[in-house]
Write a protein that binds this ligand. Sequence first.
Ligand code: TYM
Length: 328
Amino acid sequence: MKRVLSGIQPSGQLTLGNYIGAMQNFVKLQDEQECFFMVVDMHAITVPQEPKALREQSEAVAALFIAAGIDPVKSSLFMQSHVRAHAELGWLFTTLAYMGELERMTQFKDKSAGKDSVGAGLFVYPTLMAADILIYNADLVPVGDDQKQHLELTRDLAGRFNSRYGDYFKVPEPYIPKTGARIMSLDDAGKKMSKSNPNPGSYIALLDPPDVIRKKISRATTDSGREIRYDPAEKPEVSNLISIYGQCAGLTVAEVEARYEGQGYGPFKKELAEQVVAVLEPLQARYREVRASGELYDQLASGAERAAKVADQTLRDVKERMGFLLPR
Ligand code: TYM
């Protein structure tokens, strides 16, 4: 059995990109592997958050994990901030990482571009993420394509620790799906679909009502052709919609193309919207049940307790190897 770890930030509405690129794979992994999933609230505060909104979003994201199919009995589901060892190991890792490698992170470059003052937390974000992963000695980390670089840094830090202090950490493998790892914006196929995009028409939020989903998809940018053909270089918008269709309907790209051979964009988009609604409508119903159940806090507490058992031991081992005087 492999150990799996992943996290999602509670920094805004979750999108269909988060679902297809990440959550859906979490659910696939949880039956066979030992899984740890968390709401990474400590990462969310690396950009300013309004306290009330952060609390609401944190609860919403935790409930969405369950609504998407994460079983909090099978998997440990928890808030990152409830397992305090993450922050402590994150600090230890800031002493292992180099400024140059943190400066090269594209997420840091994107989020700090054009800003006068950039929080130091944003800079050391990847060291906390490395701590999240290595503290469980995870084998596999299911993420979308945009997290690849952070994963590589995590692997480097694991290797650096091992060579400095003796073999301890497993070097984790990214688990990035072949299709769906990078769902693009509906209004601009050059950008990934993102909850932080100021134009809500650019993404489908997991909690968008069906009619809003239909409207957003009918307005999604396409090209002036009429062929439903997967060709990311020539037809990036249509290719993105084909990926979404395939992921929601459980079809390969070739099967989607075959289904719409000789048909135009109109019927394709209409049916695409229905495929997305068919996935999100039941998820939304489960979400409302979870929020109403009153069980979420207990489920998170039990997840944090299980996670802390592993995390606290790792932290102790690491501190011992680094030469800290441990309390008796
Ligand atoms: P976050 O919160 O931005 O996104 C959560 C997950 O969703 C994936 N994702 C996408 N996949 C496909 N298409 C998209 N348009 C799309 N947008 C987002 C992300 O790749 C991610 O897997 N740094 C992480 C959170 C994190 C983490 C961790 C992940 C913190 N600690 C430890 C794994 C392990 C992040 O910002 O994800």
